[in-house]
Design a protein around this ligand. Structure first.
Ligand code: OAD
Length: 254
């Protein structure tokens, strides 16, 4: 493992343009469940068709709202862990770096990452079915209903979390930039994703096709492991701080 960490660190220390692509596994050690893990992934106990599609919301808005409120509660209790802090530090040390995340929990920004593309939106932001956006829970305080109704004067449409559900388009500007960054990077660090949800899962292929070096951190191999030049098997909260230390050791030697 030490040799692999050193190899990853040497790629990271010499990267000109770094993309760090993260998924649910990145936040697991902060107490936020993943989706597809057999025992404790959310989709083992909940039906994504019911809870994470526009049709599911139309069929039972109360159920979907309450499920997202439950998840928002988990996110609000969570703190970034050592792996999130290491990501922010790697971003700071790189010449150019961006974090592209499938997570909706905002933990990268809270850990100090500055340039974060949230592919699947944010669980802390809300929008209404007529397209009014940018609302926080504070903006919704005192609104009637479950889900609450849009507080914009004359609107009153149902409010929903500003996340991307199955069957919905990603924000055009965000996904466009994610593709540009993935094509331009010379190193991509992938952390904690199963690599099955597109378009996020296509980004490593864009990088690989342009000859970027791929490093992956995951306790088990994923759909993307075949692309990885260095596979670091283990949890993000343990592996990433070790990688950061090795990067700093290499920078000192130079
Ligand atoms: P998944 O739940 O599909 O995959 C989580 C990955 O994290 C798995 O590969 C685990 O092995 C890995 N993992 C578990 N613990 C870890 C740890 N401590 N450190 C590092 N990795 C760990 O989650 P995603 O791939 O992120 O989308 O799923 C992508 C999308 O599917 C989500 O954004 C969500 C979901 O449905 C929507 O809701 C639209």
């Amino acid at each position: 493992m030490e040799t692999l960490i050193r190899r990853a660190a040497s790629l990271l220390a010499s990267a000109h343009r770094l993309v760090i692509l993260t998924g649910a596994g990145m936040s697991k050690e902060s107490g936020i469940p993943t989706f597809r893990e057999a025992q404790d992934g959310l989709w083992a106990s909940y039906d994504p068709q019911q809870l994470a599609t526009p049709q599911g919301f139309r069929a039972n808005p109360k159920l979907v709202w309450e499920w997202y409120q439950y998840r928002l509660g988990l996110v609000e209790q969570a703190e970034p862990h050592a792996g999130h802090l290491a990501v922010a530090a790697l971003e700071e040390r790189a010449r150019g770096a961006v974090v592209i995340t499938q997570n909706v929990d905002g933990l990268h920004a809270r850990a100090g990452s500055r340039d974060v593309l949230e592919l699947h939106g944010s669980i802390r932001r809300f929008k209404c079915l007529r397209g009014h956006r940018g609302m926080s829970m504070d903006d919704l305080a005192g609104q009637e209903g479950t889900p609450p109704l849009c507080p914009r004067p004359g609107c009153g449409a149902l409010v929903r979390p500003d996340v991307v559900w199955f069957g919905e388009q990603l924000d055009h500007v965000v996904i466009q930039r994610a593709f540009v960054e993935s094509e331009a990077c010379d190193v991509m660090l992938i952390v904690g994703t199963s690599g099955v949800v597109h378009p996020a899962a296509s980004l490593p292929y864009q990088a690989w096709n342009r000859r970027a070096r791929i490093i992956e951190v995951n306790p088990v191999p994923s759909e993307l492991t075949d692309l990885a030049h260095v596979f670091l098997q283990g949890p993000a909260g343990q592996v990433l701080p070790n990688v950061l230390t090795a990067v700093d050791d290499q920078r000192t030697v130079r």
